[in-house]
Ligand binder design. Structure first.
Ligand code: SIN
Ligand code: FE2
Length: 213
């Protein structure tokens, strides 16, 4: 599918101390990223995980890289093994690593070496409630978050759950990086509106790169 906006030049928008939105940065590689997502999902399928509180998440997830994030009734954890397949998570595709490193460097975090990539798949209505990413051992490394497919409203708050939330409309190819002073800021994704993305179809994907160990 020809992407008429493929050569739109990326630009940056500051979001918070240590946080920036790199608009359209992943567009050029989006076709490759989507193929790689499919390959990962063939080995470790998307699944709706259960929270420790017993809720089935509306977002379907899988992982790639040395460590994968998952949740079940016992709690959240990073593990080298996919609990569904009992095999190691699929390797992190090269195109993923390169993009995550380039995005982190642009945001002021050189030498970012992620060891975990969580892949979220949102169907219409799927959302992510307000949370912090705090299961990682190395909080000095940023979070790099890549959006593909249907647009969504991302909310970005502060260190306290009750801090005011900024609303950010994230589109295909947008990358958000947060670290430093905002590494532990609360964030959420509002319920996905139904639609059809020319390249991705009825979904939104999000890749979240972390240094978990
Ligand atoms: C996340 O917080 O893990 C995902 C954020 C997003 O989907 O944009
Ligand atoms: Fe998160």
């Amino acid at each position: 599918m020809l992407d008429l906006f493929a050569d739109e030049t990326p630009w940056s928008e500051p979001l918070a101390p240590g946080a920036v939105i790199l608009r359209r940065l992943a567009r050029e590689q989006s076709a490759e990223l989507l193929v790689a997502i499919e390959q990962v999902a063939t080995l470790s399928p998307f699944r709706q995980m259960v929270t420790p509180g017993g809720y089935t998440m509306s977002v379907a997830m899988t992982n790639c890289g040395p460590l994968g994030w998952s949740t079940d009734h016992r709690g959240y954890c990073y593990s080298p093994v996919d609990p569904l397949t009992a095999k190691p998570w699929p390797a992190m595709p090269d195109v993923f690593c390169k993009l995550a490193q380039a995005a982190a460097a642009r945001a002021g975090y050189p030498a970012f070496q992620p060891d975990a990539c969580l892949i979220n798949r949102y169907q219409p209505g799927a959302k992510l409630s307000l949370h912090q990413d705090k299961d990682e051992a190395r909080l000095e490394a940023p979070i790099v978050s890549v959006s593909l497919g249907l647009p969504a409203t991302f909310q970005f708050g502060g260190l306290k759950r009750t801090d005011p939330l900024q609303r950010v409309w994230l589109e295909h190819g947008d990358v958000v990086v947060w670290g430093g002073a905002s590494r532990l800021f609360y964030h959420a994704v509002l319920p996905l509106k139904a639609g059809n993305h020319p390249q991705v179809g009825p979904w939104r994907y999000n890749l979240t790169f972390r240094c978990a160990t």
